[in-house]
Design a protein around this ligand. Structure first.
Ligand SMILES: [Zn+2]
Ligand SMILES: [Zn+2]
Length: 276
């Protein structure tokens, strides 16, 4: 299932960016933003850092992602690949900020910046470059974009699979697995759909969006009950609810999961860390 992806380029990229000195201690997930596109003083826009095998993988670039990365001491020189689930502004909000920051003299990036994302991502980057010109056009490194619909890409021991989900045309979720067999599934934004069960199947941790409580169901998004049903049907070990709109505040989301899922349910908050 690796059609269209240059495997040699993947290997070169992996060798260039992996930190050989990094001790491999499983896959570590850090929540950079547990919120949405709606402004919040406590929750940043959707963004996650996955550290595994010496790579710092980002999933979505919501508002506040870069500041959180900086606070964690993760260098922009080493980040990547960056996985983008879909092109709604809350998930790509800091695309321009990232490209602009990489122009800064303090960042000496030479390695390609790799994006793995939904259909339309390359066109979006082109339009942003047309709008901002030299301010965001990289000088010392290349931007490489692989749009994936239903494919798996390997970077060393890391396997990244895109699974189409039901949100906007081209929206995908990602399964990330490492050499030790740990599996992380991330939904991006989605409604309940059969593909969601495939996406989370057997995952050690499923990070699912949970935009609104059960009583405020909104088409194109999940409620806690639906996320729990997906986790249950997919045989997930741990479920994390994220992408929380203010409507979720003060609601017992975990109680809404309980009729459907007996495993551990975690409410995401910014800078929450978990090791798989
Ligand atoms: Zn969203
Ligand atoms: Zn969306």
């Amino acid at each position: 299932m690796e059609g269209g992806i240059d495997t040699g380029r993947c290997i070169r990229y992996f060798e260039a960016l992996t930190d050989e000195g990094a001790e491999q201690q499983g896959m570590k997930l850090t929540v950079l933003g547990s919120g949405t596109g709606f402004p919040s003083s406590t929750r940043g826009g959707p963004g996650f850092l996955v550290q595994t095998g010496g790579l710092s993988v980002l999933m979505d670039l919501g508002s506040g992602t870069l500041a959180k990365l900086h606070g964690l001491g993760v260098s922009l020189e080493r980040i990547g690949p960056i996985l983008i689930t879909h092109l709604h502004p809350d998930h790509v909000a800091e695309l321009v900020s990232l490209l602009f920051a990489l122009k800064n003299i303090l960042v000496a990036r030479r390695e390609p910046l790799r994006f793995i994302g939904c259909r339309g991502l390359a066109a979006l980057v082109k339009k942003l470059e047309a709008a901002h010109g030299e301010w965001i056009r990289p000088k010392d490194f290349r931007v490489e974009i692989d749009e994936m619909v239903e494919e798996t890409l390997s970077l060393g021991d890391l396997r990244i699979t895109a699974v189409p989900v039901e949100h906007t045309a081209g929206s995908v979720g990602f399964r990330v697995s490492d050499g030790a067999g740990a599996v992380l599934a991330y939904s991006g934004d989605t409604d309940f759909c059969p593909a969601l069960i495939d996406l989370v199947h057997g995952a050690d941790l499923a990070v699912l969006e949970c935009s609104f409580p059960d009583e405020k169901k909104c088409a194109g998004h999940l409620t806690p009950g639906e996320a729990a049903q997906a986790a249950s049907r997919g045989g997930v070990s741990r479920l994390m609810l994220s992408h929380l709109y203010p409507e979720c505040d003060g609601v017992d989301l975990i109680a809404q999961c309980r009729p459907f899922f007996n495993g551990e349910v975690i409410l995401a908050h910014d800078l929450l860390e978990l090791t798989l």
